[in-house]
Design a protein around this ligand. Structure first.
Ligand SMILES: [Zn+2]
Ligand SMILES: [Zn+2]
Length: 108
């Protein structure tokens, strides 16, 4: 029996699972908050004007370029590869911690 369902890669922009446009991995929904970036490669998508509002129509890839550590925890700094805007998103509980730490080291 064949199970060839991978064609149905639907990209949704609310807290649902989606396929990351950067690394191609399937990202499960977050559950406790709005999923706004990929936990594997940390890339995000430029879809919000204000966090979670999905009002932005740029839709460029947001590349993680840095890290801020504040009282609330880790905040990833992104730069949009399309329009160049800088965005910030709180890190999620299941983000790849190694990648997050590397962002703070900047040894490119
Ligand atoms: Zn990814
Ligand atoms: Zn953009």
């Amino acid at each position: 029996m064949k199970n060839n369902d991978l064609e149905h890669a639907v990209f949704t922009e609310i807290d649902e699972e989606f396929i990351c446009e950067n690394c191609g991995k399937k990202v499960p929904k977050l559950g406790y908050s709005c999923r706004n970036h990929c936990p594997y490669c940390l890339y995000s998508k430029h879809v919000d004007v204000n966090p979670g509002d999905r009002q932005e129509d740029c839709h460029g890839l947001l590349k993680p370029i840095g890290l801020d550590i504040n009282k609330k925890g880790y905040v990833i700094i992104f730069k949009c590869e399309k329009c160049g805007q800088i965005r910030r998103n709180k890190a999620a509980e299941d983000d790849d911690m190694d990648k997050i730490i590397k962002l703070s080291v900047k040894d490119d």
